[in-house]
Design a protein. Structure first.
Length: 406
């Protein structure tokens, strides 16, 4: 999952950016134009390397240098403060996107024709995150939370994919009665509590929860009560030593058939298949509320507002958005396209395709929660003490602290 930090003195940073010289005007020794592409996904580095080679072959007068430092989002924010902004950026569509956009580092693209080909739901997510009607990037790839399930175990136990919450719990009961783990949890890594909780909250909190929260018309105590109840209920059907297992442990355990279901994002599937290439798995939406799929903008392509090579930067973004290149990215990164008409062909994701295509989507709630609130750590504590009242009241207290600092 993505880590983020709050920008310090956003207004001051914005002024610095606008007054600064922007990205460095560098050129290769052979006279080519050099642009920097900073992106935050370590697992996508090799994919981007191949795409960059292809781009440079088609555009021999442009060199693209990929930057993918550890904790890239924090690095980017630091560089924004220093007025050293990469020409093109691939960031997450979360609160960090909002912070950097407000700092004036991204070029506005509200009226860019490229947005015409993007699913409106993803464009709206960027607007909601930034609380602005303006758009500062092109949604590129989307991920999703889902119930990943072992088809062989379901077949062995005569189980059907559940359509309601009661059916979901009934399936868990049948798996447990058969002496198997219904779910495998890995709460040693705090962030792994977020995938399940995100879906439960998104489908029960109401469509305008965070707007109301900002206006002090609701609280976590009121809006997240049902989500907590359901989250705690699911934990009852998990493996032993849930707080002693980490993300990688879970991927391997599920791959080996140690649970019937795995409450993770689709990004886990390539790791699961590395551990067991022959596993027969599928996915289905959580049967809760409207059963909307929690799917956010995993990659938004942005251009520096201060780049000295705007034509070359824009050309690279257009290249990445081209159908053939997007399909390569989706295939290798097990993601969904934010672009209309581009279908993820992986058979194991069949269970989500209808929801994605119809736009039955809702953003990740944690995208709206400042890192200072430490939602993942609060969930990790909830897992251990099951104290719903304390968990929700703590969220309200931490949210209020952040709001008072603005």
């Amino acid at each position: 999952m993505k880590k983020s930090i709050s920008l310090v003195a956003t207004g001051m940073i914005a002024l610095s950016v606008l007054a600064g010289c922007g990205s460095k005007d560098e050129a290769s020794a052979n006279g080519k134009v050099k642009i920097e592409f900073l992106q935050y996904k370590t697992e996508a580095r090799a994919t981007y390397d191949e795409l960059i080679k292809k781009f440079e072959k088609e555009n021999p007068k442009i060199d693209v240098v990929q930057s993918n430092p550890p904790d890239a989002t924090t690095v980017l924010k630091t560089r924004v403060a220093k007025r050293d902004i990469p020409d093109v950026m691939g960031t997450g569509g979360d609160i960090s996107y909002s912070d950097i956009a407000k700092a004036g580092a991204f070029k506005e693209v509200t009226n860019d024709k490229l947005l015409n080909d993007i699913q409106p739901a993803y464009v709206d997510m960027l607007k909601d995150i930034s609380k602005q009607d303006k758009v500062y990037g092109i949604p590129y790839a989307a991920n999703a939370d889902a119930v990943i399930y072992n088809k062989a175990i379901f077949k062995e136990l005569g189980l059907e994919v559940p359509k309601t919450w009661d059916d979901f719990i009934a399936v868990a009961e049948k798996v447990k009665a058969a002496g198997k783990n219904p779910f495998y949890f890995t709460f040693k890594d705090a962030w792994t509590a977020l995938p399940a909780y995100n879906v439960l909250a998104a489908n029960t909190q109401g469509n305008d929860f965070f707007k109301k929260l900002d206006n002090k018309k609701t609280t976590f105590v009121k809006g997240h009560s049902e989500a907590v109840d359901k989250f705690v209920e699911l934990i009852k059907y998990g493996n032993k030593d849930q707080t002693g297992k980490a993300y990688n442990d879970g991927n391997v355990a599920f791959a080996k058939g140690e649970s019937a279901m795995y409450l993770q994002g689709i990004w886990a599937i390539p790791e699961i298949k590395k551990a067991n290439p022959n596993i027969d798995l599928g996915v289905f939406p959580y049967p809760v509320g409207d059963s909307k799929v929690v799917s956010g903008v995993d990659v938004v392509l942005t251009q520096s507002s201060q780049t000295k090579h705007p034509k070359e930067a824009k050309k690279f973004i257009e290249f990445l958005l081209r159908d053939d290149n997007m399909k390569q990215y989706l295939s290798e990164q097990n993601a969904f396209a934010a672009k209309k008409g581009i279908v993820q062909e992986a058979p194991e994701l069949e269970g989500l395709k209808e929801s994605i295509a119809s736009g039955a989507l809702v953003d990740f709630p944690d995208h709206y929660v400042p890192s200072a609130v430490a939602l993942d750590k609060q969930l990790q504590t909830l897992v251990q003490n099951k104290d719903k009242k304390k968990y929700l009241s703590t969220l309200d207290q931490e949210w209020e602290k952040v709001a008072n600092r603005k």
